[in-house]
Design a binder for this molecule. Structure first.
Ligand SMILES: Nc1nc(=O)c2c([nH]1)NC[C@@H]1CN(c3ccc(C(=O)N[C@@H](CCC(=O)O)C(=O)O)cc3)CN21
Ligand SMILES: CC(C)C(=O)C(=O)O
Ligand SMILES: [Mg+2]
Length: 271
């Protein structure tokens, strides 16, 4: 039987979705098993986030994550999808010094992983980096509002764009659109601020903790699936309780091995 032909998600899908009022969905993914599951379920894009720092490597923040750590994870995700659009997150320290460094990093992800786009943090401060990467033919997803790579400067996990500071958020949004980003993630901003940005921009907005009035939604998969055991943000809705499921399985297995219930004859080989 011939392989099923699937229409791949492209940047134009993001644009068409905004034009037609169809919501865009994204989850993070760091491995081929979850990538294939989310792809088959119809999630539009998979972000190989530097949140791998917390979720794969066990760091407290995303700051220590390197390009060399993310490349094999991104390759695994890109290799596992048939339809989803794969975005490679550029880690802290891989683009801030200027457009040359940013383009060099973007080239590494595009050549070595099979990702379809890159993402980097920052609005006005990252506009020249975005412009240079886009000029080389690489789609860029921007990320403004709360930007985890600057959490020490921002003073922790603080909601951005409240009150008067909505003007800075709008300036950041305009700067990334003007620089050529095809979409922009808004993280931890008030719903009304995200609504204003969404109305004022031509490119789609993706909310992660930015309320319902954006063109799409994104969550960190381990938060969303109840695998994260630490503090999870208010904006997360858990769609499964994987930590509980796996903990129960591990306890049942341990007990079965202790009692001799596992392995049974059906799990053992004949001579
Ligand atoms: N999208 C996203 N960004 C992150 O930076 C992030 C995640 N998800 N998930 C995993 C960890 C956990 N993080 C967080 C971020 C915020 C809160 C939190 O509780 N925030 C408060 C609002 C901020 C405050 O006033 O402290 C909240 O009520 O949501 C918790 C964990 C950071 N990490
Ligand atoms: C939370 C999203 C936007 C992210 O950058 C990540 O997972 O690394
Ligand atoms: Mg990130």
């Amino acid at each position: 039987m011939a392989d099923e032909v699937v229409k791949k998600v492209r940047t134009r899908h993001f644009q068409n979705a905004k034009a037609n009022g169809i919501k865009i969905t994204g989850l993070t993914s760091y491995d081929q098993l979850t990538a294939a599951i989310f792809d088959r379920a119809g999630v539009d894009f998979l972000l190989v986030g530097d949140s791998a720092g917390n979720n794969v490597f066990g760091y407290d923040t995303t700051l220590p994550v390197t390009i060399d750590q993310l490349i094999p994870l991104t390759r695994a995700v890109a290799g596992a999808v048939k339809r989803a659009f794969v975005v490679a997150d550029m880690p802290f320290g891989s683009y801030e010094t200027g457009p040359d460094e940013a383009l060099h990093t973007a080239f590494r992800f595009m050549k070595e992983t099979g990702a379809h786009a890159v993402k980097l943090e920052g609005g006005v401060r990252s506009a020249e980096q975005i412009r240079r990467i886009v000029s080389a033919g690489i789609p860029v997803m921007a990320h403004i509002g709360f930007t985890p790579q600057s959490e020490h400067q921002l003073g922790g996990h603080v909601i951005q764009g409240r009150g008067d500071r909505v003007e800075q958020l709008i300036a950041d949004a305009r700067a990334v659109e003007d620089a050529g980003a095809f979409a922009v993630v808004l993280e931890m901003v008030p719903a009304e601020a995200a609504k204003r940005v969404t109305a004022e921009l031509g490119i789609p907005t993706i909310s992660v903790g930015a309320g319902p009035h954006t063109d799409g939604q994104l969550l960190v998969w381990t938060d969303w699936a109840g695998l994260t055991t630490g503090r999870i943000p208010k904006f997360v809705k858990q769609y499964a309780q994987l930590a509980e499921v796996l903990g129960d399985a591990a306890r049942a297995w341990t007990a079965d091995v202790a009692s001799g219930a596992y392995p049974g004859p059906e799990h053992s080989y004949e001579d």
